[in-house]
Design a protein. Structure first.
Length: 210
């Protein structure tokens, strides 16, 4: 396949080059054609609308990456339309790692995994921006209000969908939900997990070569 043809396929130039190098281009092209959309179809919108967690990948302007976890009540990621979705940013540790990256680099990669019911995943890639809660509610009147004390959206991340595609179930374990009490909004270190990995007493390396 000529390079001019590669730019018309979903995905990066790098993945297309490697598909040819490793002989997977026919499988990849079939996947692009059959599974990769530039919007959320009705089944995808229904799937996102009942998820309680997702993984969020971001990178700063230099390409330094971060991956984090977001969770909330079913449907905490609000599907506005086939091209737009949004999730609330609750009070956290104040680092703002993901939002800081988004402020420099709008590209985000979202991964929803249903470990309990359908045992399937959905990738959603797009461009994001940060919107304050009052502005978001003015623009999207039907935005849900979280009823749980201590769990209030301070702001939202609004995403314009560019790619949406399946993550196959082959290696996804089936899990069972167990009741768990959550202390939303707490600053109590122990209730947030404390110093589980003993990082507090571990000195940072000062050598750039380590």
């Amino acid at each position: 396949m000529e390079r001019s043809q590669l730019v018309h396929l979903p995905g990066s130039a790098g993945e297309h080059v490697l598909q040819q190098q490793y002989g997977t281009n026919e499988r990849a092209e079939r996947f692009y054609e059959q599974q990769v959309l530039d919007h959320l179809n009705p089944r995808m919108r229904e799937f996102v609308g009942r998820q309680e967690m997702m993984f969020v990948a971001t990178a700063d302007a230099q390409g330094e990456c971060d991956n984090t976890f977001r969770a909330g009540p079913p449907g905490f990621v609000y599907v506005i339309s086939e091209k737009w979705l949004a999730w609330p940013e609750y009070r956290g540790n104040g680092v703002m790692a993901s939002l800081g990256n988004i402020s420099e680099n709008a590209h985000v990669g979202l991964l929803f995994v249903d470990f309990v019911r359908d045992v399937i995943g959905l990738h959603v890639n797009g461009r994001a921006k940060i919107v304050e809660d009052d502005v978001m509610r003015s623009d999207v009147p039907h935005l849900p209000i979280d009823p749980v004390p201590g769990r209030r959206a301070e702001r939202w991340v609004l995403v314009r969908v560019e790619e949406a595609y399946i993550h196959c179930s082959k290696h996804i374990p089936r899990l069972t939900k167990a009741p768990q009490g959550r202390a939303w909004g707490t600053d109590d270190a122990k209730r947030k997990g404390g110093d589980f990995f003993a990082a507090k007493g571990t000195p940072r390396s000062r050598s750039p070569l380590d």
